[in-house]
Write a protein that binds this ligand. Structure first.
Ligand code: KIV
Length: 291
């Protein structure tokens, strides 16, 4: 029993015939670059929907919203809860949910069981999982059973302990390994692949070699599309700032200034002011407004 997606999510998924699909994304190889962002909540999903081809409910949610030190502590339940929130905010973009660490690596069967639960309970149309050659069999198993998969190679954050940090992957002699990973994912039936933190020359070569769109993050404009963590590009997440992030706003600073202004107003009794007050009864002084 995998449970059911909420009625609202199911209706929007079924009724929205214009929603972008995994085959649509696959067919965009070599075309206008694909625009992708993460989202974890309904309000952000509503903001990004009409600007993006793909909205990823990334397991980065663990670090960005829950303050975890890495993505390793993210659970399937967290991904499902955030997936359901994002689903309520999307009409057009393809929604993909990340499979968290430990939910798919054991066997293709484990991956299918958990991916089916994620799809049923969130209404997403695809999942993403990390890993190259080692995950090829699993990707083939899922793709053959109705689970579209986006791959993720290069720096795969769930393997941070194996890599010894969030290091650039595929430099020098390591390029062959990352290239073989991308090819394996593509040949196994993934419809797109994220390339994270690899040198431009390698990203260009992989993009030319694989049949599916490459989505870069720290992998240059040679890729078929780009993805960023939305809180990074909006300047909300400030714990660290990867070199590959371009900040399009400093919303964290704006929010802090607003919070400081509110705190000062409260301490000075400037808030609430007359326009925020309720009167005793309509028609009396200060009482023109209803409930
Ligand atoms: O978890 C995530 O947000 C991701 C993207 C940054 C690719 O995997």
């Amino acid at each position: 029993m995998v449970g059911n997606v909420g009625e609202g999510a199911l209706l929007s998924a079924v009724a929205n015939i214009k929603a972008i699909t995994p085959p649509d994304i696959r067919s965009r190889k070599g075309g206008t670059p694909l625009v992708c962002l993460t989202a974890y909540t309904t309000p952000i999903a509503k903001l990004v929907d009409r600007h993006c081809d793909i909205v990823l409910v990334g397991d980065s949610v663990g670090m960005v919203l829950h303050g975890l030190p890495s993505t390793l502590g993210v659970t399937l339940e967290m991904m499902i809860m955030h997936g359901q929130a994002v689903r309520r905010g999307l009409e057009q973009a393809l929604m993909i949910v990340d499979m968290p660490f430990g939910s798919y690596e054991e066997s293709p069967e484990q991956a299918f069981r958990n991916a089916a639960r994620v799809m049923a309970q969130t209404g997403c149309a695809a999942v993403k999982l990390e890993g190259g050659e080692a995950m090829a069999e699993t990707i083939r198993f899922l793709a053959a059973r109705g689970v579209p998969v986006m791959g993720h190679v290069g720096l795969t954050p769930q393997a941070v302990n194996t890599f010894g940090g969030y290091r650039v992957q595929g430099r020098g002699g390591d390029a062959e390994r990352v290239g073989a990973d991308a090819l394996a994912v593509s040949e196994a039936g993934a419809f797109a692949v994220v390339l994270e933190k690899v040198p431009e020359v390698l990203a260009r070569r992989i993009t030319a070699e694989v049949a599916i769109p490459t989505i870069g993050i720290g992998a240059s404009a040679a890729c078929d599309g780009q993805i960023l963590v939305v809180d990074d590009m909006l300047g909300i997440f400030g714990d660290f700032r990867p070199k590959f992030v371009k900040r399009y706003a400093e919303l964290g600073e704006i929010a802090e200034a607003a919070i400081a202004a509110y705190a000062q107003d409260v301490r000075d009794r400037r808030f609430p002011a007359a326009e925020h007050l309720f009167g005793d009864a309509p028609g009396t002084v200060n009482g023109g407004e209803g409930a």
